[in-house]
Design a binder for this molecule. Structure first.
Ligand code: IFM
Length: 472
């Protein structure tokens, strides 16, 4: 391997999620998820936009797979819509729903693209939310049952499995700040949700292993924060430590080490008593993993607050009267310096290198995948119909170089999934933020690969990063 090339088996993938791309929300027995309800509630998403049609991947998946193959991608990470498979979130599976994913996987395999299945990317069946949602313990048991159903259906042909995507967002944006579905604002409830998501991950990991061939890999994708203190002042270091616990330790503590950080218990004692952590839970959560997925976009810069703050903060997670950070009113988030993407997120590939190196230490010997990384830009077609996105090429070049550097520094990174394959429904931001390497014209749903898609395809085919200025 030369200093610029990637390991030969490195996976060059793209990622998506069900609610963001599938559409077909009422077809083949699917019922509403919390995101259907939330996005149809006035005032919750930009312009009231929703995923009813999204980019109609449910009907266009063949075209989308062919496009990935033509670009040269070797892996594709997608999520399964729980309420397509189990409309009430419990009980027997709907085969028509599962059949869609069987067809998708077969199509991917037929063109040599490795599928990676995410079981949960934020779209809880509404019936389970009506029964209390993630703050309720039963939701974790229901998730394990669903994982087993999907594992039985696809485990013979899908080797890579991810239980949860970014449980931080499910817990703290869904039940803390309320900028994500189901839109609840309960600081204690968000920590209960986090624990039950952890439990769901552990139970689902065991359930998957009980029905799948041993060669399959089970992982989860964390959007672990790269938290930087504003200064070396002890108060700022303590602020960084608190956010690190609330963003990272709350998940990787029990999942990788079988414990919640003592400092997390202490910091949150005013909002929760953690009595919902029952005997045996930590062992159930602490299942050995086959890999760990890391999603990275931008670092966080924090300091101790000069005065107690509440309400919106510059943490990049949307505007809400309510903080997603329980018990952290004594922490201030600062805008990190540097260029930003359309999301307002500072571009800093050193954060990705730091994150990889941290988890190489935190989980020695565990293969790592970058399961999401990418940028939103205000892309528009030229008069000739082509979409040039040099900023995204520069972003990808910078971040993939950071991955390559981490590998050279000893990290075992096995693959990279660009977020996202194509423009799609960006949650509370609606369709305004375009993360795709492929442009979607929302009036016709026509797909046009942007120049970054060709650049990335070339990297995938050659195993090296083309220069940013490459003629494509
Ligand atoms: O679009 C999201 C994705 O669903 C989860 N991770 C972050 C992306 C960009 O915001």
């Amino acid at each position: 391997m030369s200093s610029v090339s990637f390991p030969p088996a490195f996976l060059w993938g793209a990622a998506t999620s069900a609610y963001q791309i599938e559409g077909a929300v009422r077809e083949d027995g699917r019922t509403p998820s919390i995101w259907d309800t939330f996005s149809h509630t006035p005032g919750r998403t930009a312009g009231g936009e929703h995923g009813d049609i999204a980019v109609d991947h449910y009907h266009r998946y063949r075209e989308d797979v062919a496009m990935m193959a033509e670009l040269g991608l070797t892996a594709y990470r997608f999520s399964v819509s729980w309420s397509r498979v189990q409309p009430t979130g419990r009980g027997p599976a709907v085969q028509r729903g599962l059949d869609f994913y069987r067809r998708l996987v077969d199509e991917l395999l037929s063109v040599g693209i490795k599928p990676a299945v995410t079981l949960y990317h934020w779209d809880l069946p509404q019936e389970l939310e009506d029964a209390g949602g993630w703050p309720e313990r039963d939701t974790a048991y229901r998730f394990a049952e669903y994982a087993q159903i999907v594992g039985e259906a696809l485990g013979d042909r899908v080797e890579q499995w991810i239980t949860l995507n970014e449980p931080w967002c499910s817990a703290f944006l869904g039940y803390g700040s309320g900028v994500h579905a189901p839109g609840r604002t309960e600081p204690g409830g968000s920590l209960r949700a986090a624990h039950h998501l952890n439990l769901a991950h552990g139970l689902a990991t065991s359930a998957l292993r009980s029905v799948m061939p041993a060669r399959n890999s089970v992982a989860l994708s964390l959007n672990s924060a790269v938290v930087r203190p504003l200064s070396q002042d002890p108060a700022d270091l303590a602020a960084a430590r608190k956010i690190d616990d609330l963003a990272n330790g709350v998940f990787h503590g029990p999942i990788l080490h079988g414990v919640y950080p003592e400092s997390l218990y202490a910091a949150t004692e005013l909002v929760t008593d953690w009595s919902y952590v029952l005997d045996g839970d930590l062992a159930a959560i602490n299942q050995p993993l086959d890999a760990l997925g890391l999603n990275y976009y931008t670092p966080a810069l924090v300091s101790a607050a000069e005065t107690e703050v509440s309400g919106p903060r510059a943490d990049g997670h949307g505007a809400s009267e309510h903080s997603p950070w329980p018990s952290a009113d004594d922490v201030t988030f600062h805008q990190t310096p540097g260029e930003r993407t359309e999301m307002g997120w500072t571009i800093d590939p050193t954060g990705l290198h730091d994150l990889i190196m941290r988890y190489s230490r935190e989980a020695p010997g565990l293969p790592l995948y970058i399961t999401e990384n990418g940028a939103a830009y205000d892309d528009k077609p030229d008069p000739d119909g082509r979409v040039h996105d040099p900023e995204r090429i520069a972003y990808l070049h910078g971040h993939l170089s950071a991955v390559r550097r981490a590998i050279a520094d000893g990290a075992d990174v096995r693959g990279y999934y660009l977020w996202s394959l194509m423009d799609n429904f960006e949650w509370a931001y609606g369709y305004e933020k375009r993360f795709g390497a492929v442009y979607v014209d929302y009036s016709t749903l026509a797909r046009t690969p942007k120049s970054s898609a060709y650049w990335y395809g070339k990297a995938a085919r050659t195993g090296t990063l083309p220069a940013v200025e490459t003629e494509l």
